[in-house]
Structure formats: C-alpha cells, structure tokens
Design a protein around this ligand. Sequence first.
Ligand SMILES: [Cu+2]
Length: 308
Amino acid sequence: MKFFKTIFFSFFSVILAAIAISSCTPIAHTKDTTTTTYTPSLRDSAQIFIVGKTVFGVVIKDNNGSAIPGLTLKVTPEMTMASGMSHGTPVESIVDNGDGSYTVTAYFLMDSSGGTWQLHFHVNGTHLSNQIPITVGGSMMSRGQLKGIADLITPDSSMPMTTGPRPYFIFKSALDTSGASGSHTIDLFLAAREDMMTHVAVYSGQTLTNEMSKAWTTGTILLSVCNTWNGTACTAWSDLTDKGTGHFTGTGLTIADTSATPGTTMPRFVVHLNVVNTTAASNEWKTTGGVPGAGDGTGPTEFSNINQ
Ligand SMILES: [Cu+2]
C-alpha cells in the first residue's frame, strides 16, 4: 500500500509538474509580419486653434484601435499658402501623457485666411499618411515679428538661391495684468526661422544657421518690453529674463497702456530685440522690415506691437 501511495504521488507530481510547465510555457508567437498602422486624432474634437500659443491634445491609435503611449512623436503643423508655398510653425514641446494621448504646445504664425493648415505626424520616425486639417483663428496681431538685417537665412530649400532677413517671432506665453500698474507679469516665447519648415526657440547659447549654411552661436539676447509709452515712443524699457528655453519673463511691469497708438485696445505691449552673434562678434537690433533706417522704426528701438 505504501508502495502504491508512492507510485500514486509520484504520478500525481508528474501531472502537476506537467500542468505547471504547460501553464508557464509562453504561448507560441507567430512572427508578427504586419506593420502597425498608427492613426492620429485630436483628443478634443472641439479644439480651437489660434494665432499664437495653442495647447492641444492628440491621440495616436494602432490598428487595433488602442491608444498607444511611449511613442516617439513629432507633430508638424504645415500651412500651404494661397501662393502654393508652404511653411511650418514653432512647436515647443510634445508631452506623453502615458495614456496614448500627447499634449502639444505650438505657436501658430498665421490664421487660416491665407491658406490651409494641416497637422502632420511622425511616429517612431515614420511620416504617417493621415494628416489632420485644422482651422487657425485669432488675429495676426497677437504675435510680433522682427527681422534681421545682416542676419540672413535661405528660407526655402526648393529655392536655394533665395536669401532674406531672418524673421524672429514673439509670442505671449502668459500675461497677468490683473494687478495694479507696475505689478504686471509677462512670459514671452521667442522663436527664429531657420527655413520655411524649421523654427527654433531662441536663447543665449542657441545654434542658428546662416544663409551660407554656416552655424553661429547666439550670445546675450536682449528682449525688452516697453514699460512707459508716451504716445509715440517708448521711454522706459524693461529687459526680460532669458530662461534658456525660448521663454523670457518679466515682473513689476506696466503692460496696459490706454495712451498708446490710437485704435489699439489694451492690454498692449511693445518689444524690441537685440541678438548677439558670438561667432561674428557682432550684435544687431532686429527691425520691423529687415532694413535699417527711415520707415523701419527708430534706430535701436525698432519694435513691433503685440495686441492681445
Ligand atoms: Cu502662412
């Protein structure tokens, strides 16, 4: 009987072991020969896009309809102008929310009145065939633009001989004018065009490329906002703090100014911009038109308006 028990338990153990082994054995995978097809969508179908800072969510789903986190995602807004020429816009960041949605912070250069905007997507280096058409509203006055003089770029890779002044774009990232005059705060985002599709944040130590495809390095960036406007000119500038990310911040400001240019609404602000080129050991006040002199601002105080 004892012998039987031993046999029985041995037999039983073998069965248990077999069950254990089979339950631990990985399910045989057939090699996945299909390529995952990713499909982008807007997280919020009612998303509004405006000239200037726009934060929006996108969701990337695979061909099973599952939202996929952890992707290397690039989102490229592209505007095709009525002329047929295309350009991009600055994209500051794309944050993976971990749930298959990604939050994009972009700064739109133009509204949709002069052409059409589409969002392009690259997932893990592959350009998705699906684009998302969007409508950008808002006012062109809600971003500033200043241009280089000697600071040139070749703006369109399809027209390599075409060079022109480098545009710098200034956007409001945050503004608080709720306090009394002298206590306003501001956060501007500064971007530079490298070519029609490429726009980069500007800060001291950034590398930019000139019209000869030569790299140069920025030194001190002086981005100032007018604190006192006498009706025709700025009499007191406040230099903003370069945060090293494209953001420039200031506190203790007086942004709202009802005595500014007729027809403008408050709050209103005026900026000027000087960029040191450490490679050329030079600096340059950026201008409204890309040329110095009459009709293009007033020497070192060229400015552009940013109405909100
Ligand atoms: Cu455009």
